[in-house]
Write a protein that binds this ligand. Sequence first.
Ligand code: KG4
Ligand code: ZN
Length: 341
Amino acid sequence: MMKKDVYILAIESSCDETAAAVVKNGREVLSNVISSQIELHKLYGGVVPEIASRKHIEKINQVTEEALAEAGMTLDDVTAVAVTYGPGLVGALLVGVAFAKAVAFAKNKPLIGVHHIEGHISANYIQNKQLEPPFACLVVSGGHTHLVVVKDFGEYEIVGRTRDDAAGEAFDKVARAIGLGYPGGPKIDKLAKEGNPDAIAFPRAKVENAEYDFSFSGLKSAVLNYLNSCEMKGIEVNKADVAASFQKAVIDVLVDHALHAVKEFGFTKLAIAGGVASNSALRERFIKECEIRNIEFYYPSPVLCTDNAAMIGAAAYYEYIKGEQSDFDLNAVPNLKLGER
Ligand code: KG4
Ligand code: ZN
């Protein structure tokens, strides 16, 4: 018997992107609509939760209609409705969750709550149709820095995590300190190309007795101290050198830990995910290091790295075929842990 195609309408609203997508059989993106609020939050130097929630409410209908139209579908054609229910900003998450529940209830469709990080990891399934677990995945976003063992679809073990700032958070804070504005990651990425990554010796932090854990707050302080001391001595700061040297310090640690985990756990495959995974220098380094070591390296295209709903649809597909569904009492869980339901 032919297997029936599964079309998932996915909704994502955990931070400052209102997004909806239609994904076929977990791997094929029929539409991926993203309404970014970056321009609004830029004025404040970061995401303002209250503004984010209000904008999500304004946009979610339109974004969903666009996603369905682009996919050439109506709500009746959809197999299930998926939504990010954590982690993230509670007010922002609630908009997506309430919306998805209403649509699923009205159209009598299954509802699937998805973990945001599981979504980020699953972006790799869209990009690489052959990729299957097990593999190691480095998740680096604005809120998370996790080294994850993907044992099977939907089965994860976190083997390393940040003790303080997330990698993306460090990019954003350093960018702000050198006057690049929000969001800092892409701006540092660009400016670093003009700088010398070995100009300034910033620290590569190790966490004692936790070889896969990360710590970025010391690096952030070192950059701030460097900027202060230059100011006090009346030395003009070369921003491109600061950006390049800071970026290299982050990348050194991320690459080192990820490759170490791949070796220790005996994997042949490594994937990266999350907003920082779109960093061009990080990708180049991983491509090079993995080639030397004969490791298959997987990375999503930039639009699938930063927040989007297609990745949520991919993750939801594997929950759906396992028979996992959410009840209509699904709630937003701002500090949801990976692997919890
Ligand atoms: O995954 P994401 O869109 O949202 C979260 O779930 O947090 O990640 C956003 C983060 C921000 O901190 C942003 O500065 C960072 O990803 N980012 C980058 C780049 N593009 C986005 N960091 C470094 N280089 C980039 N090219
Ligand atoms: Zn994210």
